[in-house]
Design a protein around this ligand. Sequence first.
Ligand code: GAL
Length: 354
Amino acid sequence: MKKTLALALAVVMSLGLLAGCGGGGNTSTPAQSNPGTSQPAASNPAASIPDAPAGGGTVGVCIYKFDDAFMTTYRNALQEILEGKGYKVTVVDGNNDQSKQNEQINTFITQGVDALIINPCMTSAADSIIATVKAANVPTVLINREPTAEQMSAYDKLVYVGCDAAQSGTFQGELILETPNKGDINGDGKVSYIMIQGDPENIDAQLRTEYSVKALKDAGIEVEELDLQRGDWDREKGQTICANDLAQYGDKIEVVFCNNDDMAIGALQSIQAAGRTVNKDIYLVGVDALDAALNEVMNGNMTGTVLNDAVGQATEAVNQMELLLGGATYTSGNQSVYVNYVKVTPDNAKDFVK
Ligand code: GAL
């Protein structure tokens, strides 16, 4: 059975059909070594899983915190896909506390899970998480918070599934460039914006902040940053920051960049409370394509958003997990699998409503 599966996998790999077949579609594939040759079955516990394929395995899923709108969609998709394939799944809430999550990882390891899917609380904890799963020899898929290639190279049964955060920032900038006045509502020759950032420790926040503005600058537009504040991906913080900025800068604000939709929905409440009108006297963009944001894009209350494909990423995470369980290993520099972002405007927003 093991042999048959290893053979089947080797055939699939040689046909080059691997990462794309999970259904994400928009993925790029890391180079993987042939499980049939790189991992002698006897020394590789993961290789014993093919005897108990989909249906027999246990999976521990660690989410950085349940109280996060996008990660709620993501974890629900993960659970549904894994359970649909017959895995026994436990999903735990890290409450945004890395030491708590470390304990949860250790508990899963003690319980003998076959694989782990981890959304780290802190990107800076990647080294210790990777050392822990490596010492326990548990195949692991990291999601949502990308460590460096060097950090991941410490363990060959580890892969990251996520998106290229720079791309989402660029799309946000393009959404502004596609407006009739390219963001310069008051015609003073520059685009004055506020930036409501996610958790700045997270590379998604860093790159969205950088690349949204870079897209404007690359198009030759002069920009003026009126304010940049961390809203930690949180709707209420987005609302408060935007309300304070509107009180302080008023009509000077032409664009509100939010690193995610939940903060943008919060910002929209403040924009409306201040009597401003999106797409008329102010622009507003987010990322994630939460249903609430898609509705606002369709109603004209948000300029646009960017699809952060939770289902595509969950599908790919499970796909990669199954490859690891089949004995696949990853070479250094090829341990990230990306699912594409998609720019969302009033023209295509309805296509993404769940
Ligand atoms: C981002 C997402 C945010 C938040 C964050 C958590 O990719 O856009 O809304 O969920 O991940 O790390």
